[in-house]
Design a protein around this ligand. Structure first.
Ligand code: UTP
Length: 290
């Protein structure tokens, strides 16, 4: 199974993050010193995927621009002798081959993935990484899925355990654990009621999928929230040749949730040795026990 392309849907409205996202895409909000989506592209690259397909809308051009050269800025930095910064911005422009596909109507995550059909359907499998789900750990999240997809030759989705009271915010799976942390999925439910969820295993924004998904997405009726849900179409894969879920090891931050977004900022800032002490000094008096 050869996985060379990643689809990154970034076409949503980001209403939870208003007013910040009135004119700035949610995926471009900085997480410490980089836009969130840059962490996602870096995770793909660390997992051996260099071809990125952004699913965008008319207001998201700034995302493509971020991964392109800015020759005017490069000239300014060169003339100012700021060569480390020059290298930094060139690296971002050169990190991936990017293309964009417009999702002309925001009909849901499943529909966003369907927009990539013509570009990925000749591949054995492709990755999907949700544009506002940041993950960190020793092994990149998507790589953990790729390893299982390659050895089992089946599509794989990433899951994480969430507290019972939060299951209604996620797609939840039911399945049998076939080896430690790997499940054969029987059932998927998008945003179930807290007392009706089949487990606490929540689908997080990492998938390795096969083109068999596309006819299912094309036939998929709108589900939760009137949107074409990826979770609903995945049931067809589970009922067919099979679908696996891997419990991803690492940390995850949903940039669309303010508490998680702010935590991600602090987490990354704390990794920067030059900033850490200063940041802790500023934060301490703000905490009730500081
Ligand atoms: P979300 O569920 O977070 O939706 O989408 P959203 O519209 O961006 O944000 P809120 O809920 O209104 O605050 C998860 C990911 O799927 C993309 C989003 O850009 C986000 O990265 N998405 C969602 C699409 O590309 N198209 C869609 O139709 C819906």
């Amino acid at each position: 199974m050869n996985i060379r392309k990643v689809v990154i849907p970034v076409a949503g409205w980001g209403t939870r993050s208003l007013p910040a996202t009135k004119n700035i895409p949610k995926e471009m909000l900085p997480v410490y010193n980089k836009p969130g989506v840059q962490y996602i592209v870096e995770e793909a690259i660390r997992s051996g995927i260099g071809d990125v397909i952004f699913i965008t809308n008319r207001d998201k051009n700034v995302i493509e621009d971020h991964f392109d050269y800015n020759l005017q800025l490069e000239g300014v930095l060169e003339r100012a002798g700021k060569l480390d910064k020059l290298e930094m911005i060139r690296e971002v422009a050169e990190m991936a081959n990017c293309i964009s596909i417009r999702q002309k109507k925001q009909l849901g995550l499943g529909h966003a993935v369907l927009c990539a059909k013509d570009v990925v359907s000749s591949d054995d499998a492709f990755a999907v990484m949700v544009g506002d789900d940041l993950m960190f750990g020793m092994n990149p999240g998507i790589q953990q899925l790729i390893e299982v997809a390659k050895s089992e030759r089946l599509p794989v989705i990433g899951v994480m355990e969430v507290p019972q009271e939060r299951v209604n915010r996620y797609g939840i799976i039911a399945g049998e654990e076939v080896s430690p942390g790997i499940y054969r999925v029987n059932k998927l439910v998008e945003k179930p009621r807290v007392n009706e969820a089949p487990s606490r295993l929540a689908i997080v924004g990492r998938y390795v999928l096969t083109p068999a998904l596309f006819p299912l997405l094309e036939a998929q009726k709108p589900g939760h929230g009137g949107e074409i849900q990826l979770t609903d179409a995945l049931q067809g894969l589970a009922d067919g040749r099979g679908l696996l879920a891997v419990k991803i090891r690492g940390m995850r931050f949903d940039v669309g949730d303010w508490a998680e977004y702010l935590t991600a900022n602090i987490y990354f800032a704390l990794q920067d040795e030059e900033l850490r002490d200063d940041l802790v000094r500023h934060l301490k008096p703000l905490l009730p026990w500081g």
